[in-house]
Ligand binder design. Sequence first.
Ligand SMILES: [Zn+2]
Length: 285
Amino acid sequence: MTNRELETKLEILVQNEREITLEILHLILEVERRGLHLPFRNLQTYLVKKHKYSYGAANRRVQAARLLKSVPGAEEKLREGDLNLSTMAQTQTVFNRVEVSEEEKAEVVEKMCGKSYQENEKILAALFPEEAPVKETFRRVNAEDSRLSILLEKEGRAALERVKELLSHSHPGASWAEIVTFLALDYVKRKDPLARSKTDGEKKSKAAVKRQALQRAEGQCEYINPETNERCRSRHRVQVDHIIPTARGGTDELENYRCLCQPHNLLEAQRILGKETMDPYWPKH
Ligand SMILES: [Zn+2]
């Protein structure tokens, strides 16, 4: 196959795919009209269970079909590639929530022609500031896990980045999921009256917490070289100490403990207290 043949073949198939997609959307509307999906929770679930679509793919098709139904002109735009399933579904999701006349819908579809998902998002946000799609989802992935998708503004992002830095000793290499979980549990522990009585009862002695810190570190130094991001892992004279000294408001909670080998303990002390104070304690050899 020459390059030219390859591209021609692809072009033909892409065009066919659009035709087939259109046909599928019409058939989905017909299924709905006949109520064939009624044994299922909704039309999307029907498509997932019966036709093996992923939920996202099923939902895009259902929403796009609804847009096709209310804006007949959209059909030609989809055939020509000026609209796609993603942008159609994105727009219909907004139409589901707002009262929009048929004329207005047609105008919106006109505006979204040839636009990317991101560009369309801006158009919708400008037209329907109150109802702009909120990109925030909490979706169950399986019985135990969920996927959370949120839009963070600059301030929130910066604060989270800072938390990650502050936790880099006690939770080296923690993922965002671990960090958000840590913050949530920490908040609940401090603020939730239901949780508080329980933790009071379980309050651990300082020695027990230190032991836990050592176990968590597997008895190894937790110092992370700021240049290579590698953890030291030395087991030489590992000591457990506070990340933020108690004199400076640090707590006796597990999170505020870390394990450091002797050289790194001195290095950290030097950083915090100043070189002069700590110089006499450096091992001389
Ligand atoms: Zn070390």
